[in-house]
Design a protein around this ligand. Structure first.
Ligand SMILES: [Zn+2]
Length: 313
């Protein structure tokens, strides 16, 4: 029977109505009959017909249409139940861990996840992509902090997770040095060093170790005065300035640090100086000053005396 229509679009009907009905009887959803995807047995087949053709065929053959519509409704329910079955029935994660017992996590959404994989990833962090590395470089040069790079705040998305950045710093000591040297805020630089993410035996933060990327240093007239002025500017105590200045010149000559980076590293030289000479500084939590030490060289009064008098007299 030829299909006719008075509407603008001619009725097209279905080329294979029997195959269409057969699929519906086998539990295919309407979508899967048309596309051949998401079939009940999971096997991809060639799709047949079109939605428009199906509608017009139902119109032209009402009894066929009634049966087909009934099956479409039933099959839709079973098809929806089938959704996600493949993942739901996985017994192992993609790395081979068993998805059961204490290793199986279930999210509020019902999604299942592998705890072994998650813990592993959290521990080591993922590998940074080249474009992430480039963006992090740019961000550091523009004065962004590690917090701003690794956290989403307001409209700005994070560039990389803290764990991934940590892994990259451990694996690339020269990058870690770049990060510490270019930290704009002194506090954040000291925190970077304090919460040292890199292994304690890493040698990249030595002030006396030649670096490949640092050009040879040529001493010029006025350099010593320039260094002293930097020390004064950074409020390094007068009595320490000449010692620190000498350390700086040694570092410059041995190519441990470049002329351009010096201003950013003054505090590192100063803290290194006080670390080597604990009696001179104000002490640290790890290395408190002795209360028996004189308050200044050649003084009769000890720190203990002064603290005591200051508190009780
Ligand atoms: Zn796993």
């Amino acid at each position: 029977m030829a299909l006719r229509s008075k509407s603008k679009y001619p009725l097209v009907g279905l080329q294979q109505p029997d195959e269409f009905m057969d699929r519906l009887r086998r539990g295919f959803s309407l979508r899967s009959v048309l596309s051949g995807k998401w079939t009940p047995d999971g096997l991809r087949v060639r799709g047949i017909g079109s939605l428009h053709g199906f509608a017009s065929h139902c119109k032209a053959f009402p009894s066929w249409g009634a049966e087909a519509t009934r099956l479409v409704e039933i099959n839709l329910i079973t098809a929806n139940r089938r959704k996600g079955a493949r993942k739901r029935n996985l017994t192992h994660c993609k790395r081979g861990h068993e998805l059961s017992g204490t290793n199986l996590g279930i999210k509020a959404s019902g999604q299942r996840w592998c705890k072994a994989c998650n813990h592993g990833l959290q521990k080591i962090g993922s590998v940074m992509k080249p474009e992430q590395i480039a963006r992090v470089h740019k961000a550091i040069e523009n004065g962004l902090t590690v917090g701003q790079i690794t956290q989403t705040r307001g409209a700005r998305r994070l560039i990389v997770t803290f764990k991934a950045l940590k892994r990259y710093r451990i694996e690339n000591p020269s990058f870690d040095r770049f990060l510490i040297e270019n930290a704009r805020v002194r506090l954040s630089r000291s925190q970077l060093m304090l919460f040292r993410i890199v292994p304690s035996n890493a040698e990249h933060f030595r002030l006396d170790l030649a670096q490949e990327d640092v050009p040879p240093f040529e001493m010029q007239a006025g350099d010593f005065e320039w260094i002293l002025s930097l020390l004064k500017q950074k409020r390094v105590p007068f009595e320490a300035r000449y010692d620190v200045a000498q350390d700086i010149i040694v570092s410059l000559l041995s190519r441990a640090i470049s002329r351009e980076n010096l201003a950013n590293r003054i505090m590192d030289f100063t803290s290194e100086h006080y670390r080597r000479n604990p009696g001179l500084g104000y002490g640290t939590v790890k290395q408190p000053d002795s209360l028996d030490a004189p308050i200044y060289d050649d003084a009769d009064v000890s720190r203990g005396d002064r603290a005591h008098r200051g508190l009780w007299d």
